[in-house]
Design a protein around this ligand. Structure first.
Ligand code: SAH
Length: 276
């Protein structure tokens, strides 16, 4: 896998910790505390200096708009307090193009460039909630080390970083890997590590994972992913089913073996091999 130093990676890839996913990771650099304080409310800002004026409701009071989104997610049946809190904190409008900020808190998927899309908030929340119901958890109620395949613009990675000890997120498109790094820089999430490479191979150096989540749909779940999942961990991936449609597939790795469930139909961009 090709790799390059990427913000906010704090750990050279070769130094990725080994061992049980629920074990405590390396000591964070001085001055940085875990769990991350990174997304404590702070004044929002337009994405670039030349961006058009931030629309009303997406400026300094974007937390109110997010709270409204969270209310709707809860009304829609999402109930995990940690996930809802994370959805209320991560500034989704900072991950989309400035022309789309007015739609950032609607329950809709949006283009992020290079033919890819950011999933709608209800799908992000649903998948992370499902993951947490079966992942290896720490005593503090967060997941252990999580692998995300398909960083895209970095939004879901940011949400994951709020509810996990550590997150590795891989993207195969250089342009999006760079964009995610730029989007995430102001949030300063020391427990989130961005990787450039083919996520179909997983990321063995970080294994075993408490949880694995894919943001792109493949024809089958690669064995690399189930191999890298810890016993007691959970994997969730949009996958092609018998009728040619995509559905969410949940795989639990138990001491007795893999236990697979097929849940609701979804529409994700395709999982592709190689990098570009
Ligand atoms: N979670 C993302 C959604 C991104 S869309 C977000 O919040 O924005 C899915 C992403 O998966 C795309 O960026 C696509 O390039 C990426 N992808 C597809 N196949 C991949 C692979 N084999 N390895 C890594 N990323 C992959």
């Amino acid at each position: 896998m090709k790799q390059r130093p990427s913000f906010p990676a704090r750990m050279p890839a070769g130094d990725a910790p080994k061992g049980k996913a629920s074990r405590q990771g390396p000591t964070p650099p001085p001055g940085i505390t875990l769990p991350n304080p990174a997304i404590a409310p702070k004044p929002d800002r337009p994405k670039v200096a030349t961006a058009p004026p931030v629309p009303a409701g997406l400026g300094l009071d974007s937390s109110a708009v997010r709270a409204n989104m969270v209310r709707k997610l809860a009304q829609g049946g999402l109930s995990d307090p940690q996930v809802l809190a994370a959805m209320g904190q991560v500034p989704r409008h900072q991950f989309v193009d400035s022309a789309l900020v007015t739609q950032a808190y609607e329950d809709t998927s949006l283009p992020i460039g290079l033919g890819q899309t950011i999933s709608k908030p209800s799908v992000v929340a649903r998948m992370i909630e499902l993951l947490r119901q079966g992942a290896l958890m720490q005593a503090d109620g967060r997941m252990g080390r999580v692998l995300e395949i398909g960083t895209g613009c970095g939004y879901q990675a940011a949400v994951l970083s709020c509810v996990s000890r550590e997150v590795y997120s891989i993207e195969r498109l250089r342009g999006l890997h760079d964009k995610a790094r730029d989007n995430l820089r102001p949030l300063r999430l020391p427990n989130l590590h961005l990787l450039f490479g083919d996520g179909m191979l997983g990321y063995p150096k970080g294994a075993p994972y408490a949880a694995i989540i894919a943001a792109a749909g493949g024809e089958a779940v690669p064995t690399a992913w189930t191999d890298q999942l810890a016993v007691g961990g959970r994997l969730i991936a949009p996958t092609l089913t018998g009728n040619g449609q995509q559905a969410l597939v949940v795989i639990d790795k138990t001491p007795q073996g893999l236990h697979q469930q097929q849940l609701e139909a979804v529409h994700f961009v395709p999982l592709k091999s190689g990098v570009a």
